[in-house]
Ligand binder design. Sequence first.
Ligand SMILES: Nc1nc2c(ncn2[C@@H]2O[C@H](COP(=O)(O)OP(=O)(O)OP(=O)(O)O)[C@@H](O)[C@H]2O)c(=O)[nH]1
Ligand SMILES: [Mg+2]
Length: 209
Amino acid sequence: MTGLWKVRLEATAFRADQFPLQDVPEIAVAGRSNVGKSSLVNKLLGSRLAHVGATPGKTRSINFFAVESPACPFRLVDLPGYGYASRSKGERNQWSALIDSYVSNRASLELVLHLADFRHGLLANDTALQDWLSHLDLPLLVVFTKGDKISKGARRGTLQKYIRNGLKSVDVPIITSAEKGDGIQDLRLFLEKYLASGDHTSPGGSPEE
Ligand SMILES: Nc1nc2c(ncn2[C@@H]2O[C@H](COP(=O)(O)OP(=O)(O)OP(=O)(O)O)[C@@H](O)[C@H]2O)c(=O)[nH]1
Ligand SMILES: [Mg+2]
């Protein structure tokens, strides 16, 4: 069991000058629109602070949640989704510029949780995100969402298939369900261990490194 996490919404940023100071480690949650980022943030934090929506494009700002955990204080950062085609090109560009300004210049960013729908695995723009983050030397952990949509018996085989197809992840991807709670405690424990281990200077996930 992890100890209790005390949480609050610390900042909502539409522009880079609204980001908080880089005084604690940050773990960001990235992924396609509607994949379940805000739902997972709420489930992890045991809160309803992040806004969830049935239609893609719900989160338009970067939301910083301050967490006091037994490991150390840190921030969980809920990012807007990508790959949502129905918005205007201008608005899409504005979003990607905001995400880019965060991810590219954030020394306190220690890990990106890359969320992907367990029914679909990694799609083309997910692979593009993986390549981009690796290029920036940012470690990422793949977290599958909506695991409840796949029967328990089929989950292992589905996971193996996605791993065989190729993905970058610092550890074995975690299958979660924000609806049922599956995998949430595993993910909490992973994050606490990751934060407590402190040295995350060699990203990648290659065991030989
Ligand atoms: N069945 C199921 N539905 C889920 C799960 N997680 C999220 N959803 C649903 O998926 C939809 C999108 O959830 P959000 O958490 O808003 O997704 P998001 O990735 O934050 O979306 P954007 O902010 O638009 O990028 C909502 O209707 C959620 O109820 C899950 O684990 N299981
Ligand atoms: Mg969201």
